[in-house]
Write a protein that binds this ligand. Structure first.
Ligand code: ADP
Length: 484
């Protein structure tokens, strides 16, 4: 699938350190999840090269922070335009290594690029503050300065957007970065890095250290334990987030964590049911259910339960599953064998405990899974507690508002939540009661660069996107001017 690129030089397989492409001593395979075929072998780096990247970033920092915000913004904007110009190739690379349908990949290129534009604009608005004095002989000022060398460890489900969402605010604020992309999807990251080079990114400001699974652990240890690295941003599982946070504790590193979710999707009986079905479709089945904000538990009020299940099953049954490059396909494969095993496990567990498969419930080939709706789902099933990360919609029945709020909040996660209602009083009550960082009300799609994305409880720390997305990459410095 990669033979058809308009610009074959976007297909990079070496890592990027100090502005040089680094091949390393060993390589690892990147495969197409749709076919299982090898796409490329990529540099498999370790602690030594990671250390090189840290040194390169540290060296690049003074000149990068000394640039005006407008100068940094100009490079980010150039990068933004290059992503758009090469959107077709970037989408092909993404579909090949990640599996999502080409149209969805194209959408992610635009979404990923939007963070570069947004933070290029925000770079110019990192305002300080003056504080009214309480001592006539003194003046109080607050300035914001870049935090320093930043590291980012990113997942495979959004191979471009999860990088730009971290890297754009870091670069805009004046920080150099080291990225360790997911081992499943390094080619998207490296293609973006090539475009950053073309945009005029100075050597050492943007470094990409690629590594396979086991080596990623070693790379992570070096990044976390470094005293030079001042900030770590991670998107991935809560389990790995905990490990990284512990590894960062000795150096008191600032952390931005975007971890797992267990999103409730609540449909009250006063909702517009067709609209709720539409919302559930996009929230549940986008990216084959492999997003951390995917509806994981659907709670539908008694009176509208049967109608909702029937309509959702009819729509879900219409999804075309197949290779993301094929026309008409709107759901690709799951990322790997582990992912499909988890989905199968959740469905088998639910069925064994009394759930009914309304539609789907079948594996096709190695890694494809039919869009599934489960009815008569209960709280004792695995899918009630764990993130399924696949195209399975378990639908629970509930009676009252108080009951569903309690059920929705009964999890250690707190990323995204959704509910459908037309009652304005209920909208405020429920929105305020949900213990989540984000609440979609009468919509299943909430992500955009302008808003603060992030979770509470064990779903993470900090916010990405929005003007708040810059906060983690700057330190406040208080200046006290005396002797006026
Ligand atoms: P997922 O379940 O989505 O694959 P993970 O949390 O396992 O999410 O992985 C997300 C990212 O974290 C990937 O880039 C992966 O290589 C990296 N990673 C996983 N385990 C570790 C670790 N122990 N140290 C550093 N990075 C890790």
């Amino acid at each position: 699938p990669l033979a058809a690129l308009n610009d074959p030089t976007l297909l990079k397989t070496d890592a990027l350190i100090a502005g040089e492409w680094v091949g390393g001593n060993s390589r690892f395979d990147v495969t197409d999840p749709a076919t299982g075929l090898k796409l490329a072998d990529v540099a498999n780096l370790g602690p030594i090269e990671t250390h090189d990247a840290i040194v390169a970033a540290e060296k690049a920092w003074p000149a990068w922070r000394a640039k005006t915000a407008k100068e940094r913004a100009a490079i980010l904007m150039k990068w933004f335009h290059l992503l758009h110009q090469h959107a077709d190739d970037l989408a092909r690379i993404m579909t090949a290594e990640q599996g999502k349908p080409l149209a969805e990949a194209r959408g992610e290129v635009g979404y990923g690029a939007s963070f570069l534009e947004w933070f290029a604009e925000e770079a110019k608005r990192v305002y300080g503050e003056t504080i009214p004095t309480t001592d006539g002989n003194k003046r109080y000022l607050v300035v914001k300065q870049p935090i320093g060398v930043c590291a980012a460890i990113t997942p495979w489900n959004f191979p471009i957007a999860m990088i730009t969402r971290k890297v754009a605010p870091a670069l805009a604020a004046g920080c150099p970065v080291i990225i360790k992309p997911a081992e499943q999807t390094p080619l998207s990251a490296l293609a973006c890095a090539e475009l950053a080079q073309r945009a005029g990114m100075p050597a050492g400001v943007l470094n990409i250290v690629t590594a396979d699974g086991p080596q990623s652990i070693e790379v992570g240890k070096v990044l976390c334990s470094s005293g030079v690295v001042r900030h770590l941003s991670f998107t991935g599982s809560t389990e790995v987030g905990r490990i990284l946070a512990a590894q960062c504790a000795p150096t008191i590193k600032k952390l931005s964590l975007e971890l797992g979710g267990n999103a409730p999707f609540i449909v009250f009986d006063d909702a517009d049911i067709d609209s709720a079905v539409e919302g559930a479709m996009v929230s549940k089945y986008r990216n084959a259910g492999q997003t951390c904000v995917c509806a994981n538990r659907l709670y539908v009020q008694d009176k509208v339960y049967d109608a909702f299940v029937e309509k959702l099953a009819a729509k879900a049954g219409g999804i075309q599953v197949g290779n993301g490059f094929d026309k008409g396909v709107n759901q690709g494969p799951l990322i790997d064998d582990q992912a499909i095993a988890k989905v199968e496990g959740h469905v088998a567990d639910a069925v064994a405990k009394g759930a009914r498969v309304v539609v789907g419930g079948e594996r096709i080939g190695d890694r494809f899974y039919t869009p599934t709706v489960l009815a008569n789902v209960t709280g004792d099933m695995l899918c009630a507690r764990e993130e399924t990360f696949g195209p399975v919609a378990p639908v629970f029945r509930f009676e009252s508002e108080a009951e569903v709020i309690e059920l929705a909040n009964a999890t250690e996660f707190g990323l995204a939540s959704y509910f459908y209602s037309r009652d304005v009083g209920r909208i405020f009550r429920v929105a305020e009661a949900l213990e989540y960082g984000m609440v979609g009300i009468n919509t299943g799609l909430i992500s955009t660069a302008e808003v603060p994305f992030g979770g509470v409880k064990q779903s993470g720390l900090g916010r990405e996107g929005a003007h708040q997305g810059m906060d983690d990459y700057v330190e406040l410095k208080y200046l006290c001017l005396g002797d006026i």
